[in-house]
Design a protein around this ligand. Structure first.
Ligand SMILES: [Zn+2]
Ligand SMILES: [Zn+2]
Length: 292
């Protein structure tokens, strides 16, 4: 075999790394992207979306942001164990942005597997599903912070949300925003985008995949002036000094100035299109003679 240039220490080497070896991926110091993609069929194409989770590691404690889809628990657990074996602080907290399966579907298994961990955020109704863990649930409001040692996870305004109970998370040290469904877009598995950050996935049409996701998952964006929401988003990003965005369903964004406008373009475009619905439409076979 020919000698290959040693590029593994170079920042662009992720493009040469096999997909399966890309995760867990450190997207900011002490902030790790973990989890797996989910393939969904839409308009005759296979769209890949993440149901990601993130581990934010302080000096004393780590917090898991989101749990992944129920099918992802073995992957999430494996990725966390890789990080704990590397010496990151133990898991003391779980924060989920809202009560929906791809965000909190592993909640019961996380609380069972990590008996010292507390659930934080909006905790409405979880005690009804898991009465045995009710004493480990702590409600957060906007501005509340969870101290991890040298950094904290703050609950912040969820500008673009799915459910009314949503909170977004914010890491105060590296200024990473966890917006749940706020920056939701699929990626192209065929182009090798899995495990890449948005800026590395150069062939990804961000306005298109963002508008598709909004169409399928955020119905209210059809009935709102998305210019107002995008302005509010700009305001939040400026106020917090956001450096990295870690969405649950999109690829992480590390160039906020360049990439956020592309996602906003998709949100604004989706708002102007009629809703197509969430199910794959099957075209009825045409009957001979009915076509002109
Ligand atoms: Zn979601
Ligand atoms: Zn993928």
């Amino acid at each position: 075999m020919l000698d290959k240039p040693h590029t593994h220490s170079h920042a662009s080497s992720m493009l040469d790394t096999p997909v399966a070896e890309r995760m867990p991926r450190e997207i900011a110091p002490g902030v790790f992207w973990i989890g797996d993609c989910l393939a969904q069929r839409h308009k005759g194409k296979v769209y890949h979306g993440y149901n990601a989770a993130f581990l934010v590691c302080g000096n004393d404690a780590s917090i898991l942001v989101e749990t992944g889809h129920p099918k992802d628990f073995p992957v999430i657990e494996r990725h966390m164990n890789v990080l704990f074996a590397r010496g990151v602080a133990p898991l003391k907290y779980l924060f989920v942005t809202h009560q929906e399966t791809p965000h909190c579907g592993g909640l019961g298994r996380i609380l069972r597997t990590f008996p010292d961990a507390l659930l934080v955020g909006d905790v409405s109704d979880y005690h009804l599903a898991f009465p045995q863990y009710e004493h480990r649930m702590r409600s957060m409001n906007e501005g509340d912070e969870i101290d991890l040692g040298g950094r904290s996870l703050m609950a912040v305004e969820p500008v673009i949300r799915d459910l009314r109970t949503t909170w977004w998370g914010f890491d105060t040290k590296e200024r990473v925003l966890f917006p749940g469904d706020g920056f939701a877009y699929s990626h192209y598995h065929e182009d090798g985008h899995c495990g890449l950050i948005a800026e590395e996935a150069v062939s990804l049409d961000l306005p298109d995949v963002s508008s598709t996701f909004a169409d399928l998952a955020l119905f209210w964006t059809k009935f709102a002036d998305m210019n107002a929401y995008c302005d509010r988003l700009d305001h939040l990003i400026a106020r917090l000094g956001v450096k990295t965005i870690a969405p649950t369903h999109g690829l992480p964004i590390t160039d906020v100035k360049a990439t956020v406008p592309k996602v906003q373009e998709g949100l604004k475009a989706a708002a102007l299109m009629p809703e197509t619905g969430t199910n794959e439409k099957v075209t009825a076979p045409s009957v001979a003679g009915t076509h002109a």
